[in-house]
Design a protein around this ligand. Sequence first.
Ligand code: MN
Ligand code: MN
Length: 472
Amino acid sequence: MGNLKELQEQLTHEYKNVWGEIDEAETKLVMDFSIGYKTFLDVGKTERECALEIQRMAIENGYVDYKSLVEKNEPLKAGTKVYAMNKDKAICLFIIGEESIEKGMNVIGSHIDAPRIDLKPVPLYESSEMAFLKTHYYGGIKKYQWTSTPLALHGVIVTKEGKKVNVVIGEDDNDPVMFITDILPHLAKDQYAKKIGEAIGGEDLNVLIGSIPCGDKDTKDKFKFNVLRLLNEKYNVTEADLVTAELEIVPAGKARDVGLDRGLVAAYGQDDRVCAYSSLIALFEIEAPKKTAVGMFMDKEEVGSQGNTGSQSSFFNDVVAELINLQVDNYSDIYMRRAMGNTKVLSADVGAAYDPNYAGAYEKLNSGYVGKGLQIVKYTGSRGKGGCNDANAEFVAEVRNIFDENQVIWQTGELGKVDQGGGGTIAYLLANQNAEVVDCGVPVLCMHGTYEVISKADLYMAYKGYKAFYKY
Ligand code: MN
Ligand code: MN
């Protein structure tokens, strides 16, 4: 019987909980790693703030703007660190490898946009002696979560004179916050009769921004006027300037620890800044890798990756072409094609963590779990893998070995049970250029909620796994 037990242990596979597998010293590393992470989340609550923070950190870590090398036509040396910023919304970091770029890159791609509520170009109006902002939500939100909670306003306003004004209201403890009202339960009979997805309509997400009038009985729209007056005082802008603005409503407040044991983090926008941060820090700790190591931090994933700051843009290829041009004597398209065909990518995006409160949405055996480490997701998509990138078994095997050789605790995950829903990431975009790509990220509870929850253990294993991949 003893032999059978041994044999069963040999033949059976089970994913382990990270906390039970790491020693005291590593537990401290896990806890410490989350401190910088929470600050990163607090500083970058929009794609612009996050891109600029990544740029600031990159410069601090010895990265230079790739354009300065292009201008000087400076030959690329192994170990050179460059960044490429795209319109202050997406940024790519490169450490040039010992091998030429033509031989392929090791890329980790994440996204730094998150579901939110954007202001319309003509947002401000007054109604019933209050001032409001009209909005159009961005990405997949559950609208009811955004009512009855403190909200902050972030973004930029470009004035007629071409000045770019940065706006942040609602994050400082002394700041006022914005608010979207909900109907009291006593009067919610009609709302209760609706399906939960229809209880709050898109045009109901009107943000309360003022309630004190300015002017006398002859003044028109006194409540709206007062808001404009205050905006002008603080930012020197007018109503017309709001047309040339990108203003975003996000939940106000900072990232917090969850649970008495502090094992989890709750914060807005962890999809996908948890993968952005862990891959960024991993990249900062790499010196002179064999393959060129690349961190992509992209915009517009939550609305399909279109546009010039999304992953469908030619931006990444344009920058890679410039870098190849600094490595070869006569640039030709063939170098670019070889580079992409030889490239290996971790599409670093979050997955849905199994939630026992909503067990019916998951398939237990193939779900990712909070606390069981970095999650490999072979395919995404929905309804028969529609729209998926299905990673090749050979590449998944490579990644598995990299993780195992580097004591990275990992698991696999699938986004919910078959035909329950689904989703996608940026994985297919680089795969379409023939790179090997697999999704690999942190499992999240309450994904796309105003506050999302992740495990510090998974965050740390993501960092550890991404670093091992970059070195490979
Ligand atoms: Mn995502
Ligand atoms: Mn998402």
